[in-house]
Design a protein around this ligand. Structure first.
Ligand code: ES4
Ligand code: ZN
Length: 322
């Protein structure tokens, strides 16, 4: 349809993409072969068949297994370059890319290889791209602090820190000290909150971690006072529609609250999260929400505009897109 080609062709920024979540099964098998890593699956088809998730944890288990094939700097480069080329095809002009160093350093991969590989692709790639280092919230704050210190020789290669992995039982306040340290270092701050966790986690991410964006944040609507406050702050919410339906945050796309978020005046936009696992890249997410919800041209433009407003692009760069 006409709406479909408009949302596909419009310039957009992607602010919520886990680079390890862009590893397609074909690349997982190719890297496993290249590195002599043994997988628990016999074929691409068998691996894809295991992508039947019931919640966040059931996904994370498979996502960490997939990432086990990443051993060399070139592996991180190849994964990132494949994502950037795919994003360009969806008219993504700028991407702020999450990576999970602890997933790799825990397997003995040097921090240098993780960051240099991703960063080299980000500088050589076909679109603008910046990196955000994420801490795994199921691990301790001490582990996060040690990870930040280990990344400091590469301080100029990432622009911010984030918080991801298993949300419930690991509230933002568990990471107050490491976020304070990142803030002192002049890093941008974001955190996943209100995906599976309650609205109270969004509140502590904002008030205690002092995040500049909330990743997901869709459960904010359960708390009307919080919703009004996030709107007044123009606190961006990096919403991921296909992720939310695959992980059963919403049963079906027609149940997704994206339109309610926009109607509440929130700075929400569309992102892919883990495109290789959730059934699609940016435009697949746009098409899915526009097919399921009563969204029109004004919403399309608002979502694209919000993606650039919420980005960490320098003011002068940002202006060009607003
Ligand atoms: C993630 Cl969807 C999601 N939520 C939390 N952590 C993650 N890491 C990768 N994808
Ligand atoms: Zn995410």
């Amino acid at each position: 349809t006409q709406m479909r080609s408009i949302v596909q062709n419009m310039p957009k920024a992607e602010l919520h993409i886990h680079i390890e979540g862009s590893l397609e099964p074909e690349l997982i098998f190719a890297l496993a072969q290249r590195n002599g890593v043994k997988l628990a699956y016999q074929s691409v088809e068998e691996l894809r068949a295991a992508y039947a998730f019931t919640n966040l944890q059931s996904f994370l288990d498979i996502y960490y297994a997939g990432a086990s094939v990443l051993l060399k700097e070139q592996d991180f480069y190849d994964m990132t370059m494949a994502y950037l080329q795919r994003a360009k095809a969806d008219h993504v002009r700028h991407a702020e890319i999450f990576f999970d160093p602890q997933t790799h350093t825990a397997r003995g991969v040097p921090m240098a290889d993780v960051i240099n590989g991703i960063h080299r692709a980000a500088t050589e790639g076909p679109i603008s791209a910046k990196l955000i280092l994420c801490f795994l919230r199921h691990l301790s704050e001490e582990d996060a602090l040690a990870t930040l210190e280990a990344a400091l020789p590469f301080r100029e290669q990432f622009i911010g820190v984030g918080l991801d992995s298993s949300e419930v039982g690991h509230p933002p306040e568990k990471f107050a000290r490491v976020f304070a340290r990142a803030r002192d270092l002049g890093l941008h701050l974001v955190a996943h909150a209100g995906e599976e966790g309650p609205p109270a986690y969004i509140e502590t991410a904002v008030d205690l971690l002092k995040v500049e964006r909330v990743d997901h944040g869709v459960r904010c609507l359960e708390d009307p006072a919080l919703t009004r406050r996030l709107a007044a702050l123009r606190m961006p919410l990096t919403v991921c529609p296909l992720s939310n339906t695959k992980l059963r945050v919403f049963d079906q796309m027609k149940d997704h609250n994206l339109l309610d978020l926009l109607d509440a005046g929130l700075v929400a936009m569309v992102n892919s999260d883990d495109p290789a696992y959730f059934g699609g890249y940016m435009n697949d997410n746009f098409v899915a929400v526009f097919d399921a919800l009563p969204l029109g041209l004004a919403h399309a433009h608002q979502l694209a505009r919000n993606s650039f407003e919420a980005s960490f692009l320098p003011a002068q760069e940002k202006q060009k897109y607003l």
